[in-house]
Design a binder for this molecule. Structure first.
Ligand code: HEC
Length: 126
């Protein structure tokens, strides 16, 4: 085989190997990016998360504080679940997905980011 042909063959083989190795890593769904300058609405964006994530199965006001629409804001305030100085340290952010009862009840996608951004913006009842 001519030297030139051999180099071509080698290049083709390399390309095939490289192509075969180009598999995609499974990335967690991070949801849409959040613009921290854009005001987050508590009632439209934050509050529905707790219903979506089934928190309201237990946190519905019968025994435990309520995270239901229209009742959640008062619960957050009354139970000190917000840390305005350090949003990541807020119980409403830290407890889901932690351990025990809450190991299986957690946030997905950009839900945690929506909540922390809303807290960073002053946690208004908006
Ligand atoms: C299976 C029932 C159940 C579900 C579902 C549940 N919780 Fe809870 N949660 C509890 C109980 C019981 C407590 C009180 C005892 C404790 O702190 O573990 C509690 C306490 C909490 C506390 C307060 C902890 C403290 O130290 O004051 C937070 C915050 C909380 N839950 C958030 C959530 C959120 C957010 C979800 C949904 C992602 C959720 N929980 C889903 C049962 C539940």
């Amino acid at each position: 085989m001519k030297e030139k042909n051999r180099i071509w063959l080698l290049l083709c083989l390399l390309l095939m190997v490289a192509y075969a190795c180009d598999y995609k890593f499974i990335k967690p769904d991070e949801g849409d990016p959040i613009d921290p300058e854009e005001p987050i609405s508590f009632s439209a964006e934050v509050e529905p998360i707790w219903t979506t994530q089934s928190c309201t199965n237990c946190h519905n006001g019968s025994g435990l504080f309520s995270l239901k629409q229209g009742e959640a804001y008062q619960s957050l305030v009354n139970n000190n679940l917000l840390d305005l100085e350090n949003s990541d340290n807020s119980l409403i952010v830290k407890v889901p997905g932690s351990s025990g009862l809450h190991a299986d009840y957690t946030y997905v996608s950009n839900q945690k980011l929506i909540i922390t951004t809303w807290i960073d913006q002053g946690a208004e009842d908006n």
